[in-house]
Design a protein around this ligand. Structure first.
Ligand code: PLP
Length: 360
């Protein structure tokens, strides 16, 4: 175990020293040729990782800012929100805060949204945009994005706005083949970078809608970002050090190979699930819809706050359950730089602590 705490919360996650050091590079101007060279280097590599020819905007905000921008740029809706946890509910909260119309499909926490539920809602009313969280970090559910996208694509001009905050860089995304109109992720999750930069891919169809949207503000207006991107610039000063770090993160991912990276995430999920089964812990998410980057586990009879604080005492920071699940669920964030060996060592430490605890 290293001296610094080991972060296994579902983001922010650990940052490798190669990526951390990249932030120390001497500063460059935000209007000179150097920034254009940097953007011209990193953004096509992100497009390639996401299997898309769509524009990718590097937004200087956390994911919530990019979600709000997406709602404002896709206005007026109405929006249909697929809600299966706290972050998918956030889409709906943002839309309400923007005074735009919308409805929710709500399922129990731990359940995915199924294509038939979406198809049924779309047959009842005409919507302008559907929002989804691919990987619901609060419950450990991974929704069936390709199948849900196929339902949306049966409707002309219906936008599909997807939060891939905790799945991008952990599982393969095929944005163009699936027909995703907006895909966003903050860099502190499976990209294994510090927070502060959100990568946001926007389709032609979504850009057209944004040109018609009223009241979308200026800072995160996609039209402004698109116009700047055509000159390999950004409308306002970008988070330059984070872009240096993105380049380092891309170097690392490409050295490993994207396929190998996704396989490593799947192997960590398998390891975690096998461990849970041996301990009689129950995965919170329904089988077949479990996340590759965060495992949410119910541990009957275990005092979870005591377990998490014992682990913290050993320098291991694991995630508590989110919101209403806090007393009964804990979450293991296995993403980014984490490896099967590293995770195995942590689960062994967890076993040792559980061995020292009275079972309730
Ligand atoms: N969406 C998902 C799926 C998340 O997991 C999170 C944060 O954990 C967010 C959105 C919000 O991200 P931020 O707090 O960086 O704005």
């Amino acid at each position: 175990m290293s001296q610094s705490p080991r972060l296994l919360i579902p983001g922010p996650t650990e940052v490798d020293s190669e990526v951390a050091r990249a932030a120390l590079r001497p500063m460059i101007g935000h209007r000179g040729p150097e920034i254009s060279e940097l953007l011209r280097d990193v953004l096509p590599r992100v497009q390639s990782a996401l299997n898309t020819a769509q524009s990718v905007y590097p937004l200087a905000c956390s994911a919530t800012g990019a979600m709000e921008a997406a709602v404002r740029n896709a206005a007026p809706g109405p929006f249909l929100h697929l809600v299966c946890g706290a972050f998918s509910a956030r889409w709906s909260e943002i839309r309400a805060a923007c005074c735009l119309p919308g409805d929710d499909i709500v399922v129990e926490w731990g359940e995915p949204i199924l294509p038939a539920q979406l198809a049924e809602a779309l047959s009842r009313k005409k919507y302008g945009a559907v929002t989804l969280v691919h990987n619901e970090t609060s419950t450990g559910v991974m929704n069936p994005l390709p199948e849900l996208a196929a339902v949306v694509r049966q409707h002309d001009d219906l936008l599909l706005l997807v939060d891939t905050v905790s799945s991008m860089a952990a599982v393969e995304l095929r944005l163009d083949a699936w027909g995703v109109d907006l895909c966003l992720a903050g860099t502190q999750k499976a990209w294994a970078m510090p927070p502060g930069l959100t990568l946001c891919a926007v389709s032609e169809r979504a850009l057209k809608q944004s040109a018609r949207a009223a009241g979308k503000g200026l800072y995160l207006d996609w039209q402004c970002h698109e116009a700047s991107l055509r000159k390999w610039q950004t409308p306002s000063t970008p988070p330059i050090s984070l872009l240096f770090q993105l380049r380092a993160a891309l170097d690392r991912a490409e050295r490993e190979g994207w396929g190998a990276r996704y396989a490593r995430h799947a192997a960590m999920q398998q390891l975690c699930m096998g461990w849970a089964e041996r301990r009689n812990f129950r995965p919170f998410a329904r089988e077949g819809y479990r996340s590759m980057s965060v495992s949410a586990l119910e541990a009957p009879g275990v005092d979870l706050s005591a377990l998490l604080s014992r682990l913290r005492g050993r320098g291991i920071i694991m995630g508590a359950g989110y919101g209403k699940t806090k007393p009964t669920v804990f979450r293991v964030g296995h993403m980014g730089e984490w490896t099967v060996d590293g995770l195995e060592a942590v689960l062994t430490a967890c076993d040792e602590e559980l061995g020292g605890m009275a079972v309730g």
